[in-house]
Design a protein around this ligand. Structure first.
Ligand SMILES: [Fe+2]
Ligand SMILES: [Fe+2]
Ligand SMILES: [Fe+2]
Ligand SMILES: [Fe+2]
Length: 474
């Protein structure tokens, strides 16, 4: 689809009533995991649209431009509201957090798989493993605090497994400044990928910074403090990929183009008919917003917008299982670390005076919360929580957790990889009635409806034992 050839909704028809803005939320028990992912991503895309527009307005002298930006900003504001308000009130902060990390993993993996620039792909792979480890750490906490299984949210599409240890994600922040693409030669796909991921990570950072204090437990609060600091590094990393010589007008056009690309992908892949209509409506809004931004680029810089973004929409918001790809990246790159100049080396090649060690020593001085949560989960349940589609891989969790450390480790680092993850059968026994929520996280649409929890539990026990990390067959 060429968004420059389509006709969008006129701006005056994009203003909506409060009832149209604040729509009925999805049901957390019934929503498709990847619909929830699209909601989280598009919320981040709209937050970035608003933040960018304000930054632009603050450095602009052109009154007409400022007025146009303000008019469009109200629309972006309402779009963000509609999308974020699809999240239901009964979805806990930790449940939403699990979904944020699922977005980060599946989005980054998909973009890496489709990224034409090998350096940018490398940056995506590097960030991917960090969010993959965050999911594992938060999953331990979800079990401890809420007694819930991460698969209630993940629906078996994303593995829960240790990767590059979170305590090693803390760097001298200067190392996160990577090499930027060249706007003259970069593919529009690369531009859209970098912008999409930057927006997603920025919203993850926003979210953790705003909600990490809603728990009373010091361990939870410290875990959010620790992981949000990594998200801060991720924003630095992804924004540094973008060519800084792009003018603000070019960036504006790229933002609107990228919104078109993301809504188009959501529209094409959405399984929920009601939410699909929202993506369709917002795509039509963005086509007009892109036209307006492109007109300003022509008027003020005498530039052709299609030079920047081409005419074909990339598909950044595609959510699909990337399990094999993530496992391969894990095997090949878990011991990579950032070094000066926007490069990576494996742990044995790190220089003696690696600047990140000084930061890690200060930050992990009282122990790493991301290690504490694993220790607490082992203390409570006898083993760490791991969910993979591959049983042999599950047995490797402790070894991977320990072997990927950089050797200069937090004092509370969990040692001993002889403890194997608890088989799902033992989890069911340990959790009792809660196990229904573990194994039957997605209520069947027919047959078992109307049965009591106990009846369903009995039936579930009679069924073949589900593979950990997969949706049980009904
Ligand atoms: Fe928007
Ligand atoms: Fe993360
Ligand atoms: Fe991240
Ligand atoms: Fe927009």
């Amino acid at each position: 689809m060429n968004p420059f050839k389509e006709k969008g909704t006129p701006l005056e028809s994009q203003v909506r009533s409060w009832k149209e803005v604040a729509q009925t939320p999805f049901l957390k028990q019934e929503v498709d995991a990847f619909t929830r992912c699209r909601v989280i991503l598009m919320n981040g895309i709209e937050v970035e649209a608003g933040v960018f527009s304000h930054s632009f307005a603050r450095v602009s002298h052109d009154r007409d431009l400022k007025q146009t930006l303000a008019r469009l900003r109200l629309i972006e504001h309402q779009q963000q509201n509609t999308i974020n308000w699809l999240n239901p009130a009964d979805q806990s902060v930790l449940e939403t957090t699990i979904a944020f990390e699922q977005v980060a993993i599946e989005l980054t993996a998909y973009l890496a798989r489709h990224e034409p620039d090998p350096y940018v792909k490398m940056a995506f792979d590097f960030g991917l493993l960090e969010d993959f480890d965050h999911l594992y750490r938060y999953s331990q906490m979800l079990d401890l605090i809420h007694g819930k299984d991460p698969n209630e949210i993940l629906q078996g599409r994303t593995d829960v497994f240790p990767a590059r240890p979170t305590q090693d994600h803390h760097n001298d922040p200067a190392l996160r400044i990577l090499k930027n693409y060249d706007k003259a030669t970069a593919s529009p796909i690369t531009k859209a990928h970098a912008l999409t991921l930057m927006a997603g990570e920025q919203q993850t950072w926003n979210y953790y910074k705003n909600v990490g204090n809603t728990y009373g437990s010091p361990e939870v609060r410290q875990l959010y403090a620790e992981i949000s600091a990594v998200e801060e590094e991720h924003v630095s990393q992804y924004e540094s990929l973008i060519d800084p010589t792009e003018t603000m007008l070019e960036k504006w056009v790229m933002h609107e183009f990228n919104e078109c690309a993301n809504y188009y992908t959501c529209y094409m892949t959405e399984v929920d008919p009601r939410i699909k209509r929202i993506w369709e409506q917002f795509l039509s809004f963005e086509i007009e917003q892109l036209r307006i931004a492109a007109e300003h680029l022509k008027r003020l810089e005498n530039r052709d917008p299609q030079e920047l973004c081409g005419v074909d929409l990339p598909t950044p918001a595609t959510f699909e299982t990337n399990r094999e790809y993530v496992t391969q990246v894990l095997k090949e790159t878990a011991t990579l670390r950032l070094v000066d100049g926007g490069e990576w080396v494996h742990v044995p090649e790190l220089p003696n005076n690696w600047p990140s060690h000084r930061y890690q020593e200060a930050e992990n001085k009282d122990g790493a919360p991301s290690e504490a949560v694993v220790a607490m989960r082992i203390g409570a349940a006898g083993a760490e929580l791991v969910r993979t589609g591959d049983k042999a891989m599950a047995q490797e969790a402790g070894r991977v957790r320990e072997m990927t450390l950089d050797g200069s480790d937090a004092l509370n680092t969990v040692r001993g990889y002889d403890r194997l993850p608890t088989p799902i059968e033992e989890e069911v026994v340990r959790l009792g009635p809660l196990a229904m929520e573990v194994d039957d996280y997605h209520l069947p649409t027919n047959g078992a409806n109307g049965k009591s929890t106990n009846e369903r539990k009995v039936q579930a026990a009679a069924d073949a034992t589900p593979r950990p990390g997969t949706r049980p067959k009904k």
